[in-house]
Design a protein around this ligand. Structure first.
Ligand code: F6R
Length: 616
């Protein structure tokens, strides 16, 4: 949600900043802008729309050479996506340029105060007040930009990452962070700031984590960090373990297609080294406390969107393996009721980005109640794992397409490893049972590969159904969250009405939606597993078919009993019931991607969305 880049060094800042913005555009694409310092002056270009619009503006109105710059790609909160609301915002005296990610909650009060003092604001954003405040504080801070930032942050409420420039200090970029992401890239004679390491990984893999309420001052030769009270801080260094090519399309037309194709590798990487030769789960890296695991009496998963669907899948497995009750809570709702969570609870926060504000706030609330916390996260050094007692990283690699795909599968795998580990420590499973589950898990990358080899009919079907008004998805057991995920993908990419239902629930109301020809995608449980689930879903299929629905069955290879009831069958490999989501989701991802492509939508950057939602 808003991408931020800052650079100071020897290179042309514009090139570094724009290439960083290109990699961060998934975070927001309503408008984009840059500011550089040249000959003691700020030069700003900004434009509504995607980054390409900014690039063509710069093509017509080039920027002077500069080695210090900041850039922003916006997901609008305060004020529509217009040129004047685009960042950077510049103070009236031209002395400060600022970019921002987050929301300044007391901006109306600050705006009134500034207006009363005669300042003219020229945008509808909350960010602009920060530019004017920094300009006001700068002389009071004896023109030390870092001190001016510290004084300004003391006036702000809400969540923010801020970067600013002062043309009188041409080799300095100052940043501040509260509740929104910011990382430092450390180079040789150059340094970087960005919302996400993807922005600078092509230049350096050495990075520094910044904590909450910290201010960072960047020069070509140094990085210094203080807290909001001015105390020096030594930031934690880490090395980025993927290179820039991992965030490239690599010959694929779309990031989403690439990320769907990467799923066998992502699942294999997430399993790697975590299953011992003796079939014991090894999660030492996660820092889970066995004494705590033995004492807990329940598990709560908090997450949003796709990550919450992964949590819903995991609930079935963790409850089955550990006999601990597992609640899955939408993080955005969690702390606004009165959840029963305390020292007996293990709270698992699932997040690809590690920055989702709803999840972060729910995590903090759980910690305040004394819960033990574990993050399942894809982004090393991000806030949610930093603030959790334990962390298990998914190893999906950078996910650039806004719609989550490979993160989902790896979140399920990681949560399963946690479930098995809990069962192992609590002695809740028999050895032969664990062995068989682990063997099956180990086979999953090759099974997902098989699905990927056979998705052409799914594409053809999506093209056939491009004019459908609505698509329903039905599942039972772990197939229910898969149905929700299939519907979410279709909504966000194809902008069409899609809903996922537990198949047995349809007759309690939603069946009224069934009309002649409506496509209903059914995730059919394996007939070899709990046969009752299969039988029940066949009945549910008949109920909707009798009312004119067109049935698209996602069914296991060899399940011939489904043939008479389905108009179209998408085959998936035979796997145990609990692992079916790892294969059944893939055709649904392909279906949504193809449908959106057929409708001419921007699949990687769907309208109104942004990856990494850092506002509540
Ligand atoms: C859907 C999607 C979102 C995210 C949700 C949580 O395709 O990407 O629903 O899953 O915003 O994001 P993370 O996992 O980063 O916390």
């Amino acid at each position: 949600m808003c991408g931020i880049v800052g650079y100071v060094g020897q290179k042309q800042a514009l090139e570094v900043v724009v290439s960083g913005l290109r990699r961060l555009e998934y975070r927001g694409y309503d408008s984009a802008g840059v500011a550089v310092i040249s000959e003691g002056e700020l030069e700003v270009r900004k434009k509504a729309g995607k980054l390409a619009n900014l690039e063509s503006l710069i093509g017509q109105d080039p920027l002077p050479s500069s080695t210090t710059g900041i850039g922003h790609t916006r997901w609008a909160t305060h004020g529509g996506p217009t040129d004047s609301n685009a960042h950077p915002h510049v103070s009236e005296n031209g002395r400060i340029a600022v970019i921002h990610n987050g929301i300044i909650e007391n901006f109306a009060e600050l705006r009134d105060e500034l207006t009363a003092a005669g300042v003219h604001l020229s945008s509808e954003t909350d960010t602009e007040v920060v530019a004017h405040l920094l300009a006001r504080e700068l002389p009071l801070a004896e023109f030390d930009l870092t001190v001016a930032m510290m004084r300004t942050c003391a006036l702000l409420e809400g969540a923010f990452t801020l970067l600013c420039l002062d043309p009188h200090q041409p080799d300095v970029v100052v940043g501040a962070r509260r509740n929104s992401p910011l990382v430092v890239g450390v180079g040789d004679g150059e340094n970087f700031l960005a919302s996400d390491v993807a922005a600078f990984v092509e230049y350096t893999s050495e990075a520094l984590e910044l904590g909450q309420d910290q201010i960072v001052t960047l020069t070509p030769d140094g990085v210094s960090v203080i807290d909001f009270d001015g105390n020096p801080v030594i930031p934690l260094a880490f090395t980025i373990d993927w290179d820039a090519s991992a965030a490239e399309k690599d010959g694929y037309e779309l990031f989403m297609l690439k990320e769907i194709a990467e799923q066998p590798r992502a699942v294999a990487d997430t399993l790697r080294g975590r299953i011992g030769k003796d079939f014991r789960i090894q999660l030492d890296e996660a820092n889970l406390d066995d004494a705590v695991i033995k004492k807990i009496s329940k598990v709560m998963v908090i997450a949003c969107g796709t990550a919450a669907h992964a949590g819903m899948v995991a609930k079935y497995a963790i409850e089955h393996w550990t006999r601990l009750p597992v609640d899955v809570e939408l993080a955005s709702e969690f702390r606004y009721r009165d959840p029963i969570v305390g020292p007996d609870t293990l709270v698992i926060a699932i997040s690809q980005s590690g920055e989702t504000m709803d999840t972060l706030m729910a995590l903090r609330y759980a910690k305040e109640q004394g819960a033990h916390t574990l993050a399942i996260c894809n982004t090393v050094g991000s806030t949610i794992p930093r603030e959790s007692d334990a962390v298990l990283y998914t190893r999906a690699g950078p996910e650039v397409a806004v719609a989550s795909t490979k993160a989902f599968l790896t979140q399920i795998v990681a949560a399963y490893l946690v479930g098995l580990y809990l069962a192992q420590v609590r002695g809740a499973l028999f050895e032969d049972e664990v062995r068989s589950i682990l063997r099956d898990l180990d086979d999953m990358p090759s099974k997902i590969d098989l699905v990927l080899d056979t998705v052409e009919p799914v594409r053809a079907l999506a093209r056939q159904l491009v004019d459908a008004r609505s698509v329903l998805f039905l599942g039972r057991h772990v197939g229910f969250p898969v149905a929700l995920e299939g519907a979410l993908k279709l909504k966000e990419l194809a902008y069409m009405h899609a809903e996922g239902f537990p198949a047995g629930e349809l007759k309690h109301g939603p069946i009224a939606l069934i009309e002649d020809g409506i496509p209903v995608v059914v995730i059919v449980p394996s007939p070899r597993g709990r046969a009752v689930l299969h039988d029940k879903i066949v009945s549910n299929i008949q109920e909707v078919r009798a009312r004119g629905a067109r049935i698209i069955a996602i069914a296991e290879e060899g399940d011939e009993s489904i043939t008479p009831y389905a108009d179209d069958i998408i085959r998936i490999p035979e796997v145990p019931t609990l692992l079916q989501p790892l294969v059944a989701t893939v055709p649904l991802q392909v279906f949504a991607c193809e449908m959106a492509t057929a409708k001419g939508h921007d699949v990687d950057q769907p309208r109104n969305l942004a990856k990494s939602v850092t506002v509540e």
